[in-house]
Design a protein around this ligand. Structure first.
Ligand SMILES: Cc1cc2nc3c(=O)[nH]c(=O)nc-3n(C[C@H](O)[C@H](O)[C@H](O)COP(=O)(O)OP(=O)(O)OC[C@H]3O[C@@H](n4cnc5c(N)ncnc54)[C@H](O)[C@@H]3O)c2cc1C
Length: 379
């Protein structure tokens, strides 16, 4: 089912081939990272930066991204919009971001059928420094005002989402910031998920403790009579988590072996399906085996392909060979489409380049499929 690019037109295939041949080269990623992180120079909006930007980012602002995503409509592919800025430590920056999120919700509330989700990064609303402090320490009087300001931003979003009928997906970042984020999301779930899950958390299954976390929350969801929603991911900060734990002399929070992450990911799918009456979830992955696993388990439970509790999602510019056939087979599938000005989308673009240039990177597999299709076309 997931072994062809036949859904692309010849022109689309030509463009995909060009970009995939480019992004699968490790030296290009290394050079880009070096330029930005070592030289601290602003990113010039020149080719090939614009080529990479256009491939991974849906537009510079909400109006541009809304045009970009129109191509998904006839294919029955839904959209998760993500305002992809992160990483500053400035109250003005966070308040501005909140405003962008609120305005975005106003714009998409009339198009919920096509854009049912909005994703937010915690570090777009608060600094990593304070997220970590509130995750690891008791709140002091000095921190109380900041705590309240951050909580107000989260709840302004939850409240707006609930009223607009849009689902908020809170992304997960570094593990040491997550306790506080989990607390915000859980409080949001308690308030807004009584009849339908409007507030969802993200669970990173490379973390050793996450299946226990889900099990506990699901148990509490039954007791409180609420729904929980989870975006299931493997986790994007594997190397950094290990290095930072080593530097700080603590135990690594993530598995060392890929097989352990893979197993826990599929266990999280099983746990979610077992508690189908209370859990909505999204397999946010480019891993074909995990997707096939979810599909098989759904079938074993006699769930329809478009069961409203189960979603699949891939990032914009990646995994189209999964997204299109899933939609074609009637599964609920959403493309995760970021938008941001070029300079601010950089951390996001670097993470994607890193994934794609990785030795086991799925872009290499995608390139093989594209080349196969290209050869067929040229015959
Ligand atoms: C729609 C969508 C939303 C996402 N949102 C988030 C988010 O909010 N937060 C976030 O952190 N990530 C997020 N990601 C990225 C995700 O966590 C993964 O980094 C990425 O999808 C690659 O994992 P995979 O499941 O697709 O596939 P695979 O290629 O099968 O898995 C790669 C992943 O396996 C894990 N891994 C690699 N080597 C090892 C090892 N030696 N030991 C243990 N584990 C290892 C890492 O997590 C790595 O990213 C998102 C991905 C998608 C598709």
């Amino acid at each position: 089912m997931f072994d062809s690019y036949s859904f692309l037109s010849a022109e689309e295939l030509r463009k995909q081939r060009q970009i995939y041949r480019f992004i699968t080269r490790r030296w290009i990623y290394e050079m880009g990272k070096w330029y930005v992180q070592k030289l601290h120079l602003p990113v010039p909006a020149i080719y090939p930066v614009t080529l990479i930007f256009r491939h991974f980012i849906g537009g510079k602002n909400i109006d541009e991204v809304i045009v970009t995503i129109q191509k998904f409509k006839p294919k029955n592919i839904k959209v998760i919009l993500d305002y992809a800025v992160e990483g500053a430590d400035d109250q003005k920056f966070f308040d501005q971001n909140l405003q962008v999120f609120l305005n975005t919700m106003d714009k998409i509330s009339a198009q919920k059928d096509q854009i049912p989700f909005l994703a937010i990064k915690p570090t777009a609303l608060a600094s990593e420094k304070w997220l970590r402090i509130f995750s690891e320490e008791n709140i002091t009087t000095a921190g109380l005002e900041i705590y309240k300001a951050i909580k107000n931003r989260f709840f302004a979003l939850f409240d707006k989402a609930y009223k607009a009928g849009v689902i908020i997906l809170v992304d997960a970042e570094k593990s040491y910031t997550q306790n506080f984020v989990d607390k915000m999301v859980w409080e949001g779930m308690l308030q807004y998920n009584k009849d339908y899950p409007f507030v969802w958390n993200t669970v990173q299954l490379y973390r050793k403790d996450r299946l226990d976390f889900m099990t506990e929350e699901i148990r509490a969801a039954y007791l409180k009579g609420i729904y929980v929603g989870y975006k299931l991911v493997r986790g994007a900060y594997h190397e950094q988590e290990i290095l930072e734990a080593q530097k700080e002399g603590r135990e690594s929070p993530v598995f060392d072996k890929k097989e352990d992450t893979d197993k826990q990911y599929d266990d999280a799918i099983d746990l979610s399906l077992k508690n189908h009456s209370r859990v909505f979830f999204m397999c946010a992955t480019h891993n074909k085996e995990s997707i096939l696993h979810a599909m098989q388990q759904m079938k074993a439970m006699n769930l329809k392909n478009n069961d409203e509790h189960v979603w699949f999602s891939q990032l914009y510019g990646m995994g189209d060979y999964l997204t299109y056939p899933l939609a074609e087979a009637g599964y609920n599938v959403a493309k995760y489409v970021p938008f941001a000005p070029i300079s601010q989308a950089l951390p996001y673009m670097i993470r994607r380049m890193e994934e794609n240039s990785n030795a086991i990177g799925m872009a290499k597999y995608e390139l093989q499929l594209i080349e196969k299709e290209w050869k067929k076309l040229k015959k």
